[in-house]
Design a protein around this ligand. Structure first.
Ligand code: PEP
Ligand code: MN
Length: 369
C-alpha cells in the first residue's frame, strides 16, 4: 500500500479536543483555546460508542453544526468518529475534514467494510484506531479495506489494548505492535492517543514523551475546558492550559546522529545485546528440552500436563524476581504466559505422539484468516 500523508508535517502532529462534544459552548471554548496553541486537528466525539449502556452516548448529528462553527471561527480542521455509513454521510454533508474509526469499530470487519463502501469515491482522510484487542492483522485489515475503497490519506492511531490484568494503564500500550506497523508501512503516519492508553492525567506526560521517543508522528489528546465536569472520560482529560504545558515540555529527539562518540557507544551496547539475545534463545531452548523430558515422564505415568499449583508457585517466584530487577508486570506476565504456552504445546505433542500438531510459533499474530 502506498499512502499519502494526512498531515504533511515534520514536527509532531497535535490532535486535541474533548472526548465528547457536549454543548456548543464547550466545543467552541475548547476549540478557541486549542487554536491559540496551533494544534493541527480538532477532535470531538459526536456519536460515542460506550462500553456499557445507560451513560451519555453523544449528542449525535446536531453536534456537526458545532464542528462547522469551529472551522468557521478558528480555521482548524476538525475530526470525529464514524461507526457506520449514516455517520459517514452526515459528516460528509457537514464538511468534517477527517474521520476516525474507533477501536470498537475496527474490531468488526462488517462495520469497517460498511464505512469503506460509504467512502468510496471520496478522498477524505481517515484515521484508523487499533482494535480494542491486540490483533495486528485486524488493524491492518481495517486499513486495507479503506485502501481498497480508493482512500489513500490514511493514518493509524495507537490507543492501547483492553486488558483484564492489573495495569497502571487503562489500555496497555504493547508498543511493539505500533512499531511493527511503522516498520511494515513506512509511509503510514502513526499517531499515539495517550489519553485512552493512560485513562488518567498523571501519566499522560511520560507516555507522550515515550511516544515521541518511539518516533510516533504525533499525539491525540483529550482536552476539555473543565475536565472534571466532562460527560465522558473525565479522569483522562486535561485543560487547554495543561495541554500547552505538557506539549511545551516534551523533548523531540533526533532519529539518529553521525556523532562518532554516539556511534561507538551504541555499537558497543548493541554487540552486547546481540550476544545476550543469543544466550536467551539458547536458555529457552534448554528449558524447553527439560519440559519435553518431563512430558515423557508424565506420559509414561499418565499424569496431566497442566499442573496449576506448580505453575502458580513458579510464576510467583519469577514475578518477585522480576520486580526486584525493575521489569514491568506487563512484560513479566506476557513473558511467563508465552513460556507456559510453549511448554504446554511441546508436552501436548509428546502426549499425542504421532498426531502431528501444527502448533503456531510463539510470535504468531493470531488471525481468524
Ligand atoms: C475516543 O477517541 O473518544 C474513543 C472513543 O476512542 P477509542 O475508540 O480509542 O476508545
Ligand atoms: Mn474518550
Amino acid at each position: 500500500m502506498q499512502f499519502q500523508p494526512v498531515f504533511h508535517k515534520q514536527s509532531p502532529v497535535l490532535i486535541a479536543g474533548p472526548c465528547s462534544a457536549e454543548t456548543e459552548e464547550q466545543v467552541l471554548a475548547a476549540a478557541h483555546h486549542l487554536a491559540a496553541q496551533h494544534i493541527d486537528l480538532f477532535r470531538a466525539g459526536i456519536w460515542k460508542p460506550r462500553t456499557r449502556p445507560g451513560v451519555f452516548e453523544g449528542v449525535g448529528a446536531p453536534g456537526l453544526k458545532w464542528l462547522r462553527r469551529v472551522k468557521e471561527e478558528t480555521g482548524l480542521r476538525v475530526t470525529t468518529e464514524v461507526a457506520n455509513a449514516q455517520h459517514v454521510y452526515e459528516c460528509l454533508k457537514y464538511g468534517v475534514d477527517v474521520l476516525w474509526v474507533g477501536a470498537r469499530t475496527t474490531v468488526n470487519p462488517f462495520s469497517v467494510q460498511e464505512i469503506a463502501d460509504a467512502l468510496e469515491g471520496t478522498d477524505i482522510p481517515v484515521l484508523v484506531k487499533n482494535p480494542v484487542n491486540p490483533d495486528y492483522k485486524l488493524w491492518v485489515g481495517a486499513i486495507e479495506r479503506l485502501y481498497k475503497a480508493g482512500l489513500r490519506r490514511i493514518a493509524a492511531v495507537h490507543r492501547g489494548f483492553s486488558t483484564y490484568d492489573d495495569s497502571k494503564y487503562r489500555n496497555v500500550p504493547r508498543w511493539q505492535m505500533p512499531i511493527d506497523l511503522m516498520q511494515e508501512f513506512p509511509g503510514l503516519e502513526v499517531i499515539c492517543d495517550i489519553s485512552h492508553i493512560c485513562g488518567r492525567r498523571d501519566i499522560l506526560a511520560e507516555t507522550a514523551q515515550k511516544a515521541y521517543d518511539l518516533n510516533f508522528d504525533g499525539l491525540m489528546v483529550e482536552v476539555h475546558p473543565t475536565p472534571d465536569d466532562a460527560w465522558s472520560d473525565a479522569a483522562q482529560q486535561i485543560t487547554p492550559t495543561q495541554f500547552g504545558e505538557m506539549t511545551g515540555s516534551l523533548i523531540r529527539r533526533a532519529i539518529t546522529t553521525d556523532d562518532p562518540d554516539y556511534l561507538f557507544k551504541i555499537e558497543n551496547f548493541r554487540q552486547q545485546i546481540d550476544e545476550l539475545d543469543e544466550e536467551i534463545i539458547h536458555l529457552i531452548a534448554r528449558r524447553m528440552h527439560l519440559v519435553r523430558e518431563i512430558g515423557y515422564v508424565k506420559k509414561d505415568k499418565n499424569v496431566a500436563i497442566l499442573q496449576p499449583e506448580r505453575w502458580r508457585a513458579l510464576a510467583e517466584a519469577c514475578r518477585r524476581r522480576a520486580d526486584k530487577n525493575e521489569l514491568s508486570r506487563e512484560f513479566t506476565n506476557l513473558f511467563l504466559e508465552a513460556i507456559h504456552q510453549e511448554g504446554i504445546e511441546q508436552q501436548e505433542r509428546i502426549m499425542n505422539d504421532g498426531i502431528q500438531e501444527t502448533a503456531a510459533p510463539l510470535n504468531v499474530r493470531w488471525s481468524d484468516g
